[in-house]
Design a protein around this ligand. Structure first.
Ligand code: CA
Length: 214
């Protein structure tokens, strides 16, 4: 009897969790950026595509933000990014393109390119960074496998199921060295954040975004 009550409770919990999750998808095939906040020259392009015939091109000096909830939510964000790996010469400290999630406060948790003008860090190495109170809070090198990333499409997953869990993967490999107590991105998220950055000639495209919120 107790077992039956337990199983029924588990089933109800499972159904409630299904009913209260909401999914949003964007493949850019409609050719419209309705619902997106765009700065600069970010636009739909046929130059690259992960699926279909179009993707979102986010060039240098531009931003594209897709907010699916006014309030912070927990859940999972998946998207594909194309990195052209064709770069110009960069000197000095430059913030390159960044991509990830943003929240109600306008803070972000992103991966991206940075150039510290160091002989030990090549342009093309992905770092992660986060903001707190709208200023860049912390950033770190997540490990060798994110250095010198290959040209082409890469899959990113930002999984934030609750205030205690932060899991980020690239091409299904965990991004290491991203402890939640360092990133402090614990409030949930409102949508995706793509920024073209200020330097470099690499081209970045985004496609097949799926956001699931609880
Ligand atoms: Ca597409």
């Amino acid at each position: 009897m107790l077992r039956r009550i337990y199983l029924t409770a588990v089933m109800i919990g499972f159904l409630v969790s299904i009913c209260y999750s909401e999914s949003f998808k964007e493949d850019f095939e409609k050719g419209s950026l309705k619902g997106w906040e765009i700065e600069g020259d970010a636009k739909i392009s046929g130059e690259q595509k992960h699926g279909g015939t179009k993707s979102l091109f986010v060039p240098k000096g531009s931003k594209a933000i897709w907010t699916v909830s006014k309030e912070n939510k927990y859940g999972k964000v998946t998207f594909w990014l194309y990195d052209s790996k064709v770069g110009g010469k960069i000197t000095g400290v430059v913030n390159g393109p960044r991509w990830g999630v943003t929240n109600e406060d306008g803070d972000c948790l992103v991966l991206g390119l940075v150039n510290r003008n160091s002989p030990h860090i090549k342009w093309g190495t992905y770092f992660w960074c986060s903001t707190l109170d709208n200023s860049w809070y912390t950033w770190r090198y997540p490990g060798n496998k994110f250095g010198n990333v290959k040209q082409g499409w890469h899959k990113f997953v930002f999984n934030l199921p609750d205030e205690k869990t932060l899991e980020v993967t690239m091409d299904d490999d965990a991004v290491a060295n991203i402890p939640i107590d360092s990133a402090k991105f614990t409030k949930g998220f409102t949508g995706v954040y793509f920024e073209g950055g200020k330097g470099g000639e690499e081209k970045f495209y985004f496609d097949d975004i799926e956001i699931v919120i609880k």
